[in-house]
Design a protein around this ligand. Structure first.
Ligand code: BEZ
Length: 211
């Protein structure tokens, strides 16, 4: 069965471009982003891995580690990295899992046989410090991902883990948030001292509480 939100992220041991990784141990108490790409030495994947490398400081700021995976082997990954660095103007600064026997791809359901029998799709898993899966997204091979969106979701997940709020459509860090319906107006007055606007009884907006 496909991995669902709230499931424990499957643990594994794998060879990567930065040595052997025991996944849960490698995550430690940090947030994790595990993302698959279809194939090494392909154009869209090259731009994606370069983009993630350039965003390293943003992931660090959020206490998040990133790790890539495809079913290519270690020598292939190592041969491809200089191309990513050269063409994208960066240095790959996160591990890429070599998964030629598809251990990780199968554990996480990253091969969708009706899309491709042999290659992983563009899966993204965000994993919390409790090792639970907090988000899954799947893109087709033909569409490069928006990793700004991955950062935006981490911001939302980290905020909503600590406050009784949810984030509206297209929310970005620093913008007003929604008080969850389970909180009564009376409790909301105490929990959100900056106040709130009730556009409807179920739609109450408050400034982001931790800003
Ligand atoms: C790419 O990364 O460009 C790509 C990979 C597999 C299929 C199509 C595109």
């Amino acid at each position: 069965m496909a991995i669902q939100l709230g499931d424990t992220a499957p643990d594994f041991t794998a060879e990567t471009t930065e040595g052997t990784v025991h996944f849960h141990e490698w995550l430690g108490d940090k947030w994790g982003v595990l993302f698959s790409h279809p194939k090494d030495f392909t154009p869209v994947c090259t731009t994606e891995l370069g983009t993630v490398a350039k965003l390293k400081a943003e992931f660090d700021k959020r206490n998040a580690k990133v790790i890539a995976v495809s079913v290519d082997g270690l020598e292939s990954h190592k041969g491809w990295i200089p191309d990513i660095n050269d063409t994208q103007g960066t240095t790959v600064n996160f591990p890429i899992i070599a998964d030629p026997d598809r251990t990780v791809a199968d554990l996480y359901g990253m091969i969708h046989p009706n899309a491709s029998d042999t290659a992983t799709v563009r899966s993204v898993f965000i994993i919390g410090p409790d090792k639970k899966v907090k988000l899954t997204i799947t893109y087709p091979a033909s569409t490069g991902r928006n990793f700004g969106e991955v950062l935006r979701v981490i911001d939302s997940l980290q905020l909503t883990a600590n406050y009784s709020v949810a984030t509206p459509a297209d929310w970005r860090d620093g913008e007003p948030v929604i008080i969850v319906p389970a909180v009564s107006d009376e409790d909301a007055k105490a929990k959100f001292p900056k106040g709130f606007e009730a556009k409807r009884p179920y739609l109450r907006i408050t400034p982001q509480p931790n800003k």
